[in-house]
Design a protein around this ligand. Structure first.
Ligand SMILES: C[S@@+](CC[C@H](N)C(=O)[O-])C[C@H]1O[C@@H](n2cnc3c(N)ncnc32)[C@H](O)[C@@H]1O
Length: 233
């Protein structure tokens, strides 16, 4: 992971990879042509995400840190009635998603090739039905825990943009991050954990679409966590 040292004044510091290997020429061309067409603006406060799509969508779902976009593209193909927003600062991953969007003729995908916090700050309150944070970077060293995406800063931000009853889906295979996520979410006034039995978290939800990281991971056992946005907070 490389750290960005050039955040604009006042912007939260981003810890992650913005760059990567040079793009193949075909992918570079897609980044230059398709990305501007489907990029989500972050300079419009109170942005209604439904207004980003050319055809009406029933709901909007957001995926934070989509990696190569395999999960997002598969869901977008399965649910043409839903608008999908994806944020990923790793440009090689964005280029992969763009290939899938082009190959699949997907009209219901919009992308921010940057830090998800920028988009979250500009979205209208209660404008999303679901947020996915799948296998976020675990930042295992104690001195880096403050960088973890699921934590005290981003949970209220995600609660703000989810509608009451909307779902926050998180997956991790890192035992330390799992404890961290649960300890923060159980204390959060904004979310209820959806697990009838503790073993539920080892079984993916019925409609689960595996992610690339999940399929490649040898690190540990994935845990699947679902939280619903409370209506009374
Ligand atoms: C371990 S990878 C998992 C990728 C994908 N979700 C999967 O399961 O295959 C975590 C991803 O989160 C992205 N990421 C980290 N911080 C982010 C942020 N603030 N906003 C958006 N994406 C972020 C990283 O660039 C990386 O691609």
């Amino acid at each position: 992971m490389t750290e960005s040292k050039n955040e604009p004044d006042g912007a939260p510091k981003f810890y992650g990879r913005r760059k990567g290997r040079p793009l193949r020429p075909g992918r570079q061309a897609l980044v230059e042509t398709l990305l501007p067409e489907i990029t989500v603006p972050t300079d419009r406060p109170n942005l209604d995400p439904r207004s980003l799509f050319d055809t009406p969508v029933e709901k909007v779902w957001l995926e934070v840190g989509f990696g190569g976009g395999e999960h997002l593209a598969a869901l977008a193909e399965r649910h043409p009635e839903i608008g999908f927003l994806g944020c990923e600062p790793f440009i090689n991953g964005v280029a992969k998603l763009l290939s899938a969007v082009e190959d699949g003729g997907l009209k219901n995908v919009r992308v921010l090739a940057d830090d998800a916090r920028l988009l979250m700050a500009s979205l209208q309150p209660a404008s999303l039905d679901r947020v996915f944070v799948l296998f976020p970077d675990p930042w295992p060293k104690r001195r880096h825990w403050a960088r973890r995406f699921v934590g005290p800063e981003n949970l209220p931000a995600m609660a703000r943009i989810l509608r009451p009853g909307g779902e926050l889906r998180i997956a991790t295979d890192h035992p330390g991050y799992l404890d961290w996520i649960l300890s923060h979410l159980i204390r959060s006034p904004d979310f209820d954990w959806q697990a009838e039995r503790s073993a539920d978290w080892l079984i993916p939800p019925d409609d689960w679409q595996p992610t690339r990281y999940e399929l490649k991971s040898l690190a540990g056992r994935p845990h699947y966590l679902r939280f619903l946005r409370r209506s009374d907070s």
